[in-house]
Ligand binder design. Structure first.
Ligand code: PEP
Length: 247
């Protein structure tokens, strides 16, 4: 049985005072019915991990380097994230792929490093609007999956997030049929590559303009095990209803 997961991606937002919401979230969802994860900027990971009860809220990074140390100015290794108290890391987000030219091969190397450091890798895949309109969505997702997910993936150390690029921060969402088609496709691909045991235990998140108002409808779709949430994860008022929809 896959545990539901609500993961918040704060991107380049948040300050010390924003961390107050961790306690509020933990109080509001103290039953522990679903897994909750918050991925703040690097600068807040240490403080967030110190504040949060790891059993209730996992803290994650938003990227890591594929090597554990070295001459890589501005980068952070998976081991450093782990040492700062993180339990997970988002990898291959479309903003990283677009802004930093990250390829699926880069993402796979980072995910392997995350696994070696004991972190859960949340590996993002998703098509652009042009790719969807050209009816290439499943080809694109299939290619990203096979190149981005390392052989070290298990149900415990890997989560896959389907995030159509055109739905991120736009208020647009695919239809539930479109989400279901992609999630079923990802499940089949993962089962085929890793076998039924691992394939059925890897959690699949949907991400892209998830709000309290559309969460329940999205979570009812087959093979949707939760959400990766950007904008709506920045306040308790917006994030808590999404978590409640999973409980
Ligand atoms: C994201 O950036 O991962 C995301 C899903 O953003 P938003 O929820 O704001 O669309």
């Amino acid at each position: 049985m896959r545990r539901k997961l609500a993961a918040g991606n704060w991107k380049m937002n948040g300050e010390r005072s924003t961390l107050g919401m961790l306690e509020a979230l933990a109080r509001a969802h103290s039953g522990g019915a679903v897994d909750i994860m918050i991925c703040p900027p690097f600068t807040l990971i240490d403080a967030a991990a110190a504040l949060s009860d790891a059993a209730l809220i996992t803290i994650g990074g938003q990227d890591c380097h594929s090597e554990s140390a070295g001459a890589h100015t501005g980068d952070i290794s998976a081991d450093m994230l782990r040492a700062a108290g993180a339990g997970a890391v988002i990898l291959g987000h479309s903003e990283r792929r677009a802004d930093h030219g990250e390829t699926s091969d880069d993402v796979r190397a980072k995910a392997r490093a995350a696994h070696e450091a004991g972190l859960i890798a949340i590996i993002c895949v998703g098509e652009s609007l042009a790719e969807r309109e050209a009816q290439n969505t499943l080809d694109i997702i299939g290619g990203q999956l096979s190149s981005s997910v390392p052989d070290t993936a298990t149900g415990e150390n890997t989560v896959i997030a389907y995030e159509p690029c055109w739905a991120i921060g736009t208020g647009l969402t695919p239809t539930t049929d479109q989400i279901g088609e992609v999630h079923d496709f990802i499940r089949t691909r993962i089962e085929r590559r890793f076998g039924a045991g691992v394939g059925r235990s890897v959690r699949l998140l949907y991400g892209g303009s998830v709000k309290g108002a559309n969460a329940a409808e999205i979570f009812a779709v087959s093979n949707v095990d939760g959400a990766l949430v950007g904008g709506a994860s920045l306040s308790v008022d917006d994030f808590s209803p999404i978590i409640s929809a999973l409980e």
